[in-house]
Design a protein. Structure first.
Length: 390
């Protein structure tokens, strides 16, 4: 063996058992973290709204992982693994503890006969007893952990090798827990959008909808000062009341975009079929909740405050929908699960669109800045020419 070569580290059965225990603890945390948020659907709806706003910054993570981060560090703003921070030239600070999340991994397993596993594989006493207590003839052994004898049989074709998606324990660190320079924070975390930029964001979001989605924005005059707008499934048009000011218009556009994504004609057809085969109540209140969550997360992502009127609208629809479920004979556990599934499904839909929407807004902003810069240069040139003419 050369001096520079390093012996591959192989975990002991005890170390593997300890890691498996940590994974199980992390899985349990993923269940309790999100359950705690939605289980108090009657008494703590503010926590649910806080979770939606928090999640708007973490659209690269699943609702369950976001709930875990939220529970462990409710003030987190931008999280990554230590490896991702190191790539950016930053390191987790000494003594800091990151948040545990579940990380999907594709793992290879050798399907070996039980007798060979018992004879050659290093096993903890508990796992050996578990194998012996089953009637199964074969045992799945992780390729990375398999002994030489089992690997040789697999190499010779005596055993099949299967791939399986499993979840391991991962750790992420918030930007505040790293050495990332404070002066560079604005490059990766928006501190919000000033009110005077609401008009700009209205145009940017409207352009995104018109150019990147099957839907279109139409300004319409409505015989109402309270109705902000509506989505027309038949024409795929998001209609906005012309009386809306920019800050109100942003919410209405995003709320109706939520309706467009979830309640278009194809979605309505699926709802009708699902309604016949499930106990889900596809009511107006449920649809309003879906659109409100989408709008809430979008507003949070762009740094806009959620005013009391919008919070009240979401809470009111939640309470009405909960009453409908109670009248249908649903138990507390069933209602909690229904609310969780409804909310997380919307969040996953938001996550799938957020990256594209953000990229478009960034490109649109850059384009507008360049056009503004060119216009300013032209004004300067014209001024110079006028001065020279004198």
């Amino acid at each position: 063996m050369s001096k520079n070569s390093k012996k591959k580290w192989t975990p002991t059965p005890e170390q593997l058992e300890k890691y498996k225990k940590q994974v199980e603890e992390t899985k349990e945390l993923s269940k309790t973290a999100i359950r705690d948020i939605f289980d108090n659907y009657r008494t703590d709806q503010d926590k649910m709204i806080e979770y939606f706003l928090f999640s708007s910054r973490f659209y690269n993570y699943s609702p369950r992982n976001t709930a875990m981060i939220f529970q462990q560090n409710p003030h987190a703003t931008f999280v990554q693994s230590s490896a991702s921070w190191i790539k950016m030239g930053a390191y987790p600070k000494k003594g800091t503890h990151g948040a545990s999340i579940l990380v999907p991994q594709t793992k290879k397993f050798i399907i070996a006969d039980k007798d060979t596993v018992i004879k050659y594989q290093k096993l903890t006493d508990n796992y050996r007893d578990t194998i012996l207590s089953t009637n199964a003839k074969y045992v799945a052994v992780a390729l990375s952990e398999a002994c030489a004898e089992i690997k040789e049989k697999a190499k010779a074709g005596e055993y099949d090798i299967k791939e399986k998606l499993v979840f391991g324990k991962g750790t992420v660190f918030d930007i505040s827990q790293t050495t990332y320079p404070k002066e560079k924070y604005p490059e990766i975390f928006s501190v919000g959008i000033a009110d005077e930029k609401a008009n700009f964001m209205c145009k940017a979001i409207a352009n995104y909808i018109n150019e990147k989605t099957p839907y279109s924005i139409e300004d319409v005059e409505l015989d109402s000062i309270s109705l902000g707008g509506f989505f027309s499934p038949s024409s795929n048009a998001i209609c906005i009341n012309t009386i809306c000011e920019d800050t109100r218009k942003i919410y209405v556009m995003l709320h109706e975009l939520g309706h467009a994504f979830y309640h278009n004609l194809e979605a309505q057809k699926s709802e009708k079929e699902d309604g016949q085969n499930t106990n889900i109540l596809f009511t107006t209140e449920r649809k309003e909740i879906e659109a409100d969550i989408f709008a809430t997360m979008s507003l949070g992502m762009y740094g806009f405050e959620l005013d009391d009127q919008l919070k009240s609208h979401l809470k009111g629809n939640y309470n009405s929908y909960i009453k409908q479920l109670e009248n249908a004979g649903k138990s507390h556990e069933d209602i909690s699960l229904d609310i969780e599934n409804l909310s997380t499904n919307v969040m996953m839909k938001f996550n799938s669109h957020a990256k594209e929407m953000n990229q478009y807004i960034e490109e649109y902003t850059l384009q507008q800045e360049q056009e503004t810069s060119l216009e300013e240069d032209e004004i300067v040139e014209e001024t110079d020419e006028i001065e020279m003419s004198f």
